[in-house]
Design a protein around this ligand. Sequence first.
Ligand code: AMP
Ligand code: FE
Ligand code: ZN
Ligand code: FE
Length: 293
Amino acid sequence: MVGVRIDLHTHSNESDGTDTPAELVATAVAAGLDAIAITDHDTTAGWAAAEQAVRDLAEPGRFRLVPGAELSCACPDGNGRNITVHLLAYLFDPNSAALAQEQSRLRAERRERLHEMARHMAADGFPVDPDEIMAGLPPDSPGGRPHLARALVNAGTVVSVDEAFAKFLGGSGRYYLPRTDTPVRRAIDMITEAGGTTVLAHPFATARGPVVTADVVAELTEHGLAGIEIDHPDHEPETRVRLRGLAAELDLIPTGSSDYHGTNKTIRIGQETTPPDSLDRLVARCSGSKVIG
Ligand code: AMP
Ligand code: FE
Ligand code: ZN
Ligand code: FE
């Protein structure tokens, strides 16, 4: 199937994107995509509205939606440190008790953390209102640093979300606060037990911070990891070559995705895409929920 365009990593405003789930589907259809996954951080709250938007499309069967999520996980980096990695999870049962409980814990912690970061900035005289930021989030949304970044843009403190991260909110920024992420092996187990499958997101995106070694990717593969994201805006051409070699060596399913966040990033939806047979291989591993459309 030449010309089929699939983007398996996108965010709605249920986490830190700016499109509603329905708008996310509309954006993808307007961009000429054939399928997307909705992968909000630590929540499945956007699934229902995105699924309804697909069912409401004029041409049934023309567009497919893969329900998913992105989980922030704690992982040994292979060099003696513990770092954060992102795990994309697809087609799991969102009502699986252990998983739902962990996601709920993470959302509560994320909200607390966002409020705390905003409070520290307000206490230092920055023109942000922690309660107003929280009031702007959908109920039970995890929230994230981009919401605080956006408030700083709106207040005129910085000109862009990127500048807010570079100056204040990045991992070594003055107002950064850590989270208690799920241990990555436990996250893989929970998703697998919920009938889903996992892909390591932007594994070698060094611009974002420390990354894992190839040995760690091999260990996670032994543990049940199904794929790795190769074509991602934060991967340089040489990195993609290295990751393609690793995927072939470990028989990992290769994916490509934009990591679209609406206007919180400059990336276009469908800027990077996944080969159709990779999606088929992912779907074949799953029984927790179904592709819509
Ligand atoms: P959090 O989930 O609160 O730790 O915030 C991390 C999120 O912020 C990521 O998922 C990205 O969406 C976004 N992000 C991280 N770094 C940057 C950056 N340098 N510029 C813009 N957005 C970023
Ligand atoms: Fe994000
Ligand atoms: Zn990510
Ligand atoms: Fe993402």
